[in-house]
Design a protein around this ligand. Structure first.
Ligand code: PLP
Length: 398
């Protein structure tokens, strides 16, 4: 297939024409169960009536007015994000990488505002993914993404995953903060232990560092809490959000305490499209649902069910699945065969998944899935595993 697009993606040769909830209809009539959600973007699934109605209504009003004027939809969304989280203030942008960029700038500027501009370095962790801009590939530290783009942007020091001693050893008088994904997404669904996060928070406090979290993938209810860090009971200083926040409409946000954002004063940062009326209206509609009565508890309960069913599958196909990890509706299957072969077998069963690092296949269903969707996904995964290896146990055998 030749195309005028940059050939930077390995695209499956499928185009979709309709979507409904967790289901997608392909051009050729095939029906797929979507446990990819556009890489954790479609928090409310496809064609959610409340999102469609909100976007249609917003389309009848000014689409764009610039940030030279008030945008009531963005003011209201910021207030709601602040009310739902630790944050006091919000900066809107259009993507995850931009949200992380704003988090990095917020952390650096905080120290500059405190009269310590030499404190600009940020500690990150192996396996991290923070986006594809020049700064965020340096933060992520993955050599595959840095290769050929010149010297990495300075200011990032990477340490081993969840190694507190390594963090402590990496702190210098130039260190400004620590940046991590509470649940690593692209890196392979590795969950930072709660105990580590609690001790890291204490270390940051003791050393005057800001704790910035990249919840672009794991935030906005994906793990069964609005922010994934709530599981550890820690309060961060800055958090980057995107993916699920717009339910499919491009929308990112950097949320922070007023103290952490003290350097982000008039003229310090900006975005042409950030917080535009369309995106802010849709983001508000996502919050209507995600922050609605019982929604997050339901995500957690469905996540528990999915975890249990995946564990059964792991028992049944130990030659295919090495381990299951994740939280809420964000799971990774570390496979014993190449993860691409597993995802292809799942796709042959009309189940969409996403690859991740560390030979992991991600399961990221929309947060609106129901028990029958989960049962259907497990049946398809069972058949996919059966294509790859003989089971050691019958389904349902104790
Ligand atoms: C996807 C992702 C990003 C980058 O988001 P873009 O919208 O592609 O820029 C950053 N951090 C994490 C954790 C992500 O999953």
């Amino acid at each position: 297939m030749t195309s005028a697009l940059y050939p930077t993606y390995a695209r499956a040769d499928i185009a979709f024409t309709r979507g409904e909830g967790a289901w997608l209809l392909a051009e050729n009539g095939d029906r797929y169960l979507d446990f990819a959600s556009g890489v954790a973007v479609l928090s409310l699934g496809h064609e959610h009536p409340h999102l469609v109605a909100t976007l249609q209504a917003a389309a009848q009003k000014p689409w764009h007015v610039s940030n030279l004027f008030r945008i009531p939809q963005a003011e209201s969304l910021a207030e709601r994000l602040a009310a739902a989280t630790f944050a006091d203030v919000v900066f809107f942008c259009n993507s995850g990488a931009e949200a992380v960029e704003c988090a990095i700038k917020t952390v650096r500027k905080y120290h500059a505002a405190n009269g310590a501009p030499e404190r600009y370095r940020i500690i990150t962790f192996e396996g991290a993914f923070h986006g594809r801009t020049i700064a965020t590939i340096a933060a992520g530290g993955n050599p595959k993404y840095l290769e050929g783009f010149g010297p990495p942007a300075p200011g990032f020091d990477q340490v081993a995953f969840a190694d507190l001693d390594a963090v402590e050893a990496a702190i210098t008088e130039e260190t400004a903060g620590v940046l991590l994904e509470p649940v690593q997404g692209e890196g392979g669904l590795r969950v930072f232990p709660k105990e580590f996060l609690v001790r890291l928070r204490a270390l940051c406090d003791a050393r005057g560092l800001l704790l910035a979290l990249d919840e672009v993938q794991c935030g906005v209810g994906r793990t069964g809490k609005f922010l994934a860090c709530e599981h550890a009971g820690i309060v961060p200083d800055v958090v980057a959000l995107a993916k699920g926040l717009g339910g499919g409409f491009p929308l990112g946000a950097c949320i922070a305490t007023r103290e952490a954002a003290k350097g982000m004063t008039l003229g310090a940062h900006g975005s042409t499209f950030g917080g535009n009326p369309l995106a802010a209206a849709v983001g508000g509609a996502v919050l209507d649902v995600v922050l609605g009565e019982g929604f997050l508890a339901r995500v957690a309960a469905l996540g528990g069910l999915l975890r249990q069913r995946l564990a059964e599958l792991e028992d049944r196909y130990p030659g295919v699945i090495e381990t299951v990890r994740g939280e809420g509706l964000m799971f990774g299957l570390k496979t014993r065969i190449p993860n691409g072969d597993f995802a292809a077998a799942a796709r042959a069963e009309k189940l969409l998944t996403v690859l991740a690092g560390d030979n992991v296949v991600r399961l990221l269903p929309p947060l609106i899935v129901d028990e029958s969707d989960i049962g259907e996904a497990i049946a398809r995964l069972d058949r996919a595993c059966g294509r790859l290896a003989a089971p050691v146990k019958q389904l349902g055998a104790a």
